[in-house]
Design a protein around this ligand. Structure first.
Ligand SMILES: *Cc1c(COP(=O)(O)O)cnc(C)c1O
Length: 942
């Protein structure tokens, strides 16, 4: 093994810097310091990573991963089934997917520094609204299958009917059906899969789901169904395809109430299943209970249009177990890519792509029919189902020609044409059937189903069609945003660490990006070898026995983990266990996930130090002993403290027959130091987009592996519908692809392979050191809310700024917005304690950047002191009017009692390095009152 320097690139503070920080904390060495922070009752001795233990250099890790990549075979895919070949425009590939200004951004909770990605996501919503002809769309969903399941529960929530029956057309993607069935079971929804969806009209149900175009490829006219369903108060959900909708009458035009689908084929590579952005669009009536993130238009303090996340009161961080869904991290980066694909091609470009795909499909159908092959579906957009004598022989012949067809059964195969299909590909395909290619320029879509209406008429989709215009649009938007390529993003619980370039490189290697999720195993040998190594790495890091990478966000890992716990109890004849204990300080996804599996949440109190109140926990465990299913606990706590009592807590739960779910979002404090699988956890999810270097992408992608102890390994998720079965006892699928967002797993593989065991452990130590250094230095200005008895925190700390509300009328918002004037992204606001800031610096921030942040906080405290002393007005001070835009500071009129210089350059380093927020403070209340979630009409720009 080559000795590696990568850990010194990743973990920024040098030995000298560390010594400086330790000195400030009064410690001699990093090890004595860590011994004082991490309780010895949970310390682990050793983390063995096998051949990765000593770590690879960047070059040798890439070379090693190339060997895996070389074992994958990139075939021409006609598999379809929700995943299609697509050309990522090179300008988007390089300037979005490969550009840290986009991929290292955080979720746009601070809208003033996120206007660029908010605009891109608003474009996504407009694109979906236009193509589906619905009233409103969100940005975005995790995949098509989970979007369908969320549509089912949305329809149920909104239904006035008493029924618990949900009808699904059998002509639907099998993976979508399996995820729907997974979700329906714990909620007692009865799913009826029928050949003739009209049966739903003569039976009780609250909603129906059809696929348009259907999985077989057929085009059905659902307008009569929709009309009758509405007369009966039933909702109609359509799973659809945006490229098809360039040619087909939009679902909103024939009466669908909810439309869902995937946007993968708008320029986002297969990635062996993901990540891709799915979408959901609804009628107006559904908007207030829609799941997921929704971008809305509001105004800023100057009255200018400004974007923000709307209706956050629906979400789990506010509504907890009453939330509309547990979705938190979604697929922002991929939604941005898909929206840019539409911006670049425009309506005409998309229509051409759609028409070409359709014509080619018709040509293939005609050629096949003329040689006597039976095409089962009489209508199509891009997909044909063929009846054949011997499907397996055909698959064999196809694979010998480098072609993959869709496997259906022994007598049927399917094929889907896409943007990348060339005439040569079509010829090679037809040759398998002894047919010959003859081009046909005919629209075979039935007249009643042809698209007549215009779409993407907004200027944004009609301006940036040259590469220069596109390049500059992308640059313009990313310049509006603060991402990790410009500043630390000290978000508590979100671990915004380095996303190293070497880690990102393999993501776009064709051997990883161009593999269909349902490609035959013989073509994915390298992928699965890499995945199994990632699983083994995570087993080593967590101390658990087994891992599934299927969940495509932390929320989905929680959901899967709770289903596994349920299955475990029922396997022991204890399916009545349905109580989930959750401490008051838990992340909102925890109670939201518990509700989704039908568990009842019982809240456990926290004591004045922020720790779980063990006496209360004990009392509640006793009270609910017979029905206790699980405890969900975050460790180290969301209060940023290593609680010694964790082992006692686990013992109490186990004594009452419950399982311990350790939310692993804070794993960055533990890797190499302690392991949830060793100190009493039964299940955890990890967030690879936090601890294990996958970038946040402005709100996704995410990967939320579920890790389990040995007694639960048999219950890890399958995806039986596509032949993926780990264990016959496994739960059914929680996402649309066997390995979820496999396409970004090379990032985590690279991270762990390059860090090695010592590098990872050192990273945890330095993350804890940096947090304590910040806590100590900031405590000179603001109190730190919670510490352990030692006075130390874990890898994050809560800064209590509530005091200055009374002394100066300054709120946590004012401080967060003022930090923008210093070029900083604010820390986590008001979680887990309202009115406070939670700071997590991570190991990747250089000491100079930590000091720059401390200087900003100190300067802000001094400004607050000026207000306290009466030197600045309580209403007219730089905090209340933050952030200051260039327009305001450079305007001819300046009416404030403080100087322009203080407004824009409160510390002198800003003179040479200044970020100007593009909008002033955004008005949240206005935005929710005047909900508007589409592109701003051009008239409003003036
Ligand atoms: C981020 C986070 C989650 C949710 O993870 P997502 O990937 O955003 O779904 C859950 N729990 C905690 C403590 C978190 O910080």
């Amino acid at each position: 093994m080559t000795s590696t320097t990568f850990p010194t690139r990743h973990t920024a503070p040098s030995t000298t810097d560390q010594a400086h920080m330790l000195k400030a904390l009064g410690f001699e060495s990093l090890d004595t310091f860590i011994n004082a922070v991490v309780p010895d009752n949970i310390r682990r001795s050793d983390m063995t990573l096998g051949e990765f233990s000593s770590g690879f250099s960047e070059e040798s890790a890439l070379a090693r991963l190339r060997e895996h990549a070389a074992q994958n075979k990139v075939f021409k895919s006609f598999i379809g089934q929700g995943y299609y070949g697509t050309h990522t425009p090179a300008v988007i590939l390089r300037n979005v997917l490969e550009n840290p200004a986009w991929y290292t951004a955080y979720t746009p909770y601070q809208p003033e520094i996120s206007q660029g990605r908010l605009e891109a996501l608003l474009n996504f919503q407009q694109m979906v609204i236009d193509l589906t002809a619905m009233d409103i769309a969100n940005a975005s969903m995790l995949d098509e299958a989970t979007a369908a399941a969320e549509a089912m529960t949305l329809a149920m929530r909104n239904s006035k009917l008493k029924s618990n029956v949900f009808y699904v057309s059998e002509d639907i993607f099998p993976q979508t059906l399996e995820v729907i069935q997974t979700r329906a079971l714990p909620l007692n929804i009865e799913v009826r899969v029928v050949a003739n969806i009209d049966e739903s009209l003569t039976n009780d149900c609250f909603a129906v789901l059809v696929q348009y175009p259907a999985a077989s490829g057929a085009l059905m006219d659902y307008s009569a169904l929709a009309q009758k369903a509405h007369e009966q108060g039933k909702a109609v959900i359509a799973a659809s395809d945006l490229l098809a909708l360039t040619q087909l009458k939009a679902p909103g035009e024939w009466g669908a109430d909810i439309v869902i689908g995937n946007t993968q084929r708008f320029g986002v590579p297969f990635g062996f299943g993901g990540p891709h952005a799915a979408f959901m669009a609804t009628r107006d009536a559904f908007k207030r209970s829609m799941p997921g993130r929704l971008v809305g238009v509001s105004v800023d303090a100057q009255g200018a249009p400004a974007l923000r996340l709307a209706l956050q009161t629906r979400e789990q961080h506010i509504r907890r177990d009453k939330a509309t869904s547990n979705i938190c991290t979604a697929q922002a980066l991929l939604a941005i890519m898909a929206s840019m694909y539409a911006v670049y091609h425009g309506a005409d470009g998309l229509k051409k792509i759609g028409a070409r795909v359709h014509h080619m499909t018709s040509s293939i159908a005609t050629a096949l029919k003329s040689t006597g092959v039976s095409v089962v579906n009489g209508t199509w957009f891009d997909t044909l189902t063929l009846k054949v004598n011997d499907a397996s022989a055909l698959h064999q012949a196809a694979q010998a020609a480098g072609i993959n067809l869709r496997a259906i059964d022994a007598e049927h195969v399917g094929l889907s044409v896409d943007e990348t299909t060339t005439v040569a590909d079509a010829q090679a395909l037809l040759k398998l059937f002894g047919a010959t290619w003859a081009p046909l320029d005919e629209n075979t879509v039935p007249a009643a189903l042809q698209r007549q209406s215009a779409f993407l008429t907004h200027p944004i989709f009609n301006t940036h069609h040259s590469e220069h215009a596109m390049l500059r649009y992308l640059r313009d938007l990313s310049d509006k945003d603060l991402a990790l390529d410009r500043t630390m993003i000290p978000l508590g619980s979100c671990t915004m660490k380095l996303n190293a370039t070497s880690e990102m490189l393999p993501v776009t290697w064709p051997e990883f990006s161009q593999i269909h999720p349902f490609a035959p195993n013989s073509q994915t040998v390298g992928y699965r070898a890499m995945i199994h190594e990632v699983e083994a790495m995570l087993v080593a890091a967590t101390g658990y026995a087994a891992v599934s990478l299927q969940p495509n966000a932390g929320s989905q890992g929680e959901y899967a983990g709770l289903l596994i716990i349920q299955k475990y109890h029922s396997s022991r004849g204890q399916s009545h266990r349905n109580i989930c204990l959750i401490p008051a300080s838990a992340h909102g996804t925890n109670p939201a996930s518990a509700a989704m599996v039908g568990m009842s949440v019982v809240v456990v109190a926290c004591d004045e130090r922020g720790n779980v109140d063990v006496a209360d926990l004990k009392a509640k465990a006793e009270q609910h002993s017979d029905h206790l299913a699980a405890l969900m606990i975050t460790y180290p706590s969301t209060h940023g403290v290593f609680e010694k009592s964790i082992t006692d807590i686990c013992d109490i739960i186990h004594a009452h027959g419950g399982q311990v779910y350790v939310d692993g979002a804070n794993m960055n404090a533990m890797v190499g130091l302690c392991a949830p699988g060793e100190f009493g956890g039964d299940v955890s999810h990890l967030n690879l987009h936090k601890t294990f270097a996958i970038p946040h992408g402005g709100g996704g992608p995410g990967v939320g592996p579920v890790c389990v102890a040995a007694h639960l390994a048999e219950f890890l998720p399958n995806l039986n519908a596509v032949g993926y079965q780990r264990d016959a006892n496994g739960i059914s699928a929680v996402s649309a692809a066997p390995y979820g967002s496999a396409g970004v797993l090379p990032i985590t593989w690279m991270y762990i392979a390059m860090m090695g065991a010592a590098g990872l452990t050192e990273a945890s130590k330095v993350a804890i050191l940096s947090a304590n250094y910040l806590a100590k230095r900031i405590s000179e200005h603001f109190p730190i809310l919670y510490t352990a008895e030692s006075g130390l925190v874990a890898h994050e700390c809560i800064v209590d700024v509530r005091g200055v509300k009374d002394t100066a009328g300054i709120t946590v918002d004012d401080i967060a917005k003022r930090l923008m004037d210093f070029g900083f992204h604010a820390p986590t606001m008001s979680f887990p304690v309202p009115g406070t800031l939670m700071i997590e610096p991570t190991e990747s921030e250089p000491l100079a950047e930590l000091d720059r942040f401390i200087e900003a906080m100190a300067t802000i405290r001094a400004e607050i002191a000026q207000v306290e002393r009466g030197e600045l007005s309580p209403e007219d001070n730089p905090l209340k009017h933050a952030p200051h835009t260039a327009t305001v500071v450079c305007g001819n009129e300046w009416t404030h009692a403080y100087s322009r210089e203080q407004a824009a350059f409160p510390v002198s380093s800003l003179r040479t390095r200044k970020y100007w927020p593009p909008v002033a403070r955004v008005d949240n209340v206005y935005g929710d009152r005047n909900l508007f979630c589409a592109c701003i009409p051009m008239s409003q720009y003036e």
